[in-house]
Design a protein around this ligand. Sequence first.
Ligand code: ADP
Ligand code: MG
Length: 619
Amino acid sequence: MEKRQFKAESKRLLDLVINSIYSNKEIFLRELISNASDALDKMYYKALRDKDIAFNKDDFYIKVSIDKDKRTLTVEDTGIGMTEEELDTNLGTIAKSGSFAFKQDNELSDEIDIIGQFGVGFYSAFMVADQVTVISKAHGSDKAYKWESRGVDGYTIEPAERKERGTTIILKLKENREDEDYDQYLDQYRIKALIKKHSDFIRYPIKMDMVSRKPIEGKEGEYEEVVEEKIINSMVPIWRKNKNELTEEDYKNFYAEKHFGFDEPLKHIHLSVDGTLRYDAILYIPKEAPYDFYTKEYEKGLELYSSGVLIMEKCPDLLPDYFSFVKGVVDSEDLSLNISREMLQHDRQLKLMANRIKDKIKDELSKMLKNERDKYEEFFKAFGQQLKYGIYANFGVNKDELKDLLIFYSAKEEKMITLKEYVDSMPKEQENIYYATGETIERLERLPQVNFVKEKGYDVLFFTDYIDEFAIKMLHEYEGKKFKSVLSSDLELGEEKEANEDYKEIFDYMKEHLKERVKAVKGTRKLQDHPVYLTSEGELSIEMEKVLSQMPDGAHIKADKVLEVNTNHKVFEKLKDAYEKDKDKFKLLTDLLYNQALLIEGLPLEDPVEFSNNIWQLL
Ligand code: ADP
Ligand code: MG
């Protein structure tokens, strides 16, 4: 028989799965049972939609058996099965997930989980087994096949016997090692506990032959072994259970079983709605953003069930974009099993559910913000950007919905605060909400304008996320207070006029020399130790210019820059001096100061060679 090789890269990946992806070996059972359940789902879905397929609910089950003598653990299902070709492609190519292809073929939306996408769940069997044998007969086929592998060195496929449709997976368990106990997977109580722990809410019965010793009737002191087939799992989907019956652990396990994320959920929300429209939902706010969350590849959506039958793996219409990080399941008795994707989009009931779900998520986040600030900050670190994006997107239609979920670093409080908290602690005479934009908090703390405003007794919010200023511009104001950048040229706060009137002639000459590079040159006294600074006039700030310059069509968009000159600084004395005695030197100094201001702002120099030449000349 020909030995087939795993497809490209697969060997290394297999090695990785076996040795490192899971620190917790026991989850192999969860993976195999989930696959069995997926296979049953696929069959169930087909059978319900096709009248020609005989349908009997009792035919759908999973069976787990232990054979101590042979050292085997077997997981059997009556699902859709695999053809020879499917055995080859689905189990021969790691990182090729057959479930993934099925979803695409059937126009179901795909699933995000990493294990699912890599298609590596099955291979976790090799963490505990030396040899894995898969015997499968596909729905609609009269031939069965056996796939067998001892791991990295390849696999074989040959014809086999199997009466009914479905799949049997036999694990030949590894021998016990000093540091690793594999015998535990031959212990029926241990297996039973694992099923309870990781797969309790699987919809299909998971059966096991439980062996017990019972006293023989009439013969005192004598026992016999009795084998009874038992259903181990509760089968009631977790979302149908009463909240009071469920523990934190149950919700966590369900999150892991569903592959909603590698992290633990930060919060779960269990909704049971019992009105004209009945549905149950379990929603999760993850702790960490998935690796592809902020990319185009990420797809939002909730699993949608109709009376316990999965009808869509990722229904996008149930979540607004700004809550796209939420994972979970929704099950309604009132949705038709045969509803198509297009129909769903316009379904009134679905819209009602989506609305309620949105409100509920917002509610929970607001509560977390109020009562569990640390947790909320953790959430915001992962997904705050998405909320800000939500404010900015679609011309701000959702801004009022979201503005109270924002938090920003406060220069005064030295921690994250809400806009409401900022406004509530404003002194009476303060008119604006001040903010500063920059790369890091440390940098912003050193900004002279920040200190200037702080010394007036006003707090400053630090915007270190590129989207912050865009979002805030969309808000425009909060409780009647306008947002004002401490880096805008008209940050006056009283004492600027004088500096300008005294030296108007000098500033006009500088502007004339700098031409279109700046919109204006003016004097200031808020710069403390800095001789010059670039600020901006109007709606578009320098920080925004930087962000836009990195976008495909944004390179030509420029802020109206204002060169502010510190009239209290020694450098200004030199400048004045040169203005009176040596105009060439004055121009040289003006160029230098302008370029220095660009550097401080983190903007590129227009002509670095000329800049260095100027410095050398001066030296
Ligand atoms: P995933 O479940 O994420 O797709 P797995 O590595 O767990 O990845 O499984 C790989 C593929 O093998 C599945 O997508 C499925 O097509 C097939 N498969 C695994 N177990 C079974 C089974 N019991 N019945 C039918 N197909 C299965
Ligand atoms: Mg799987």
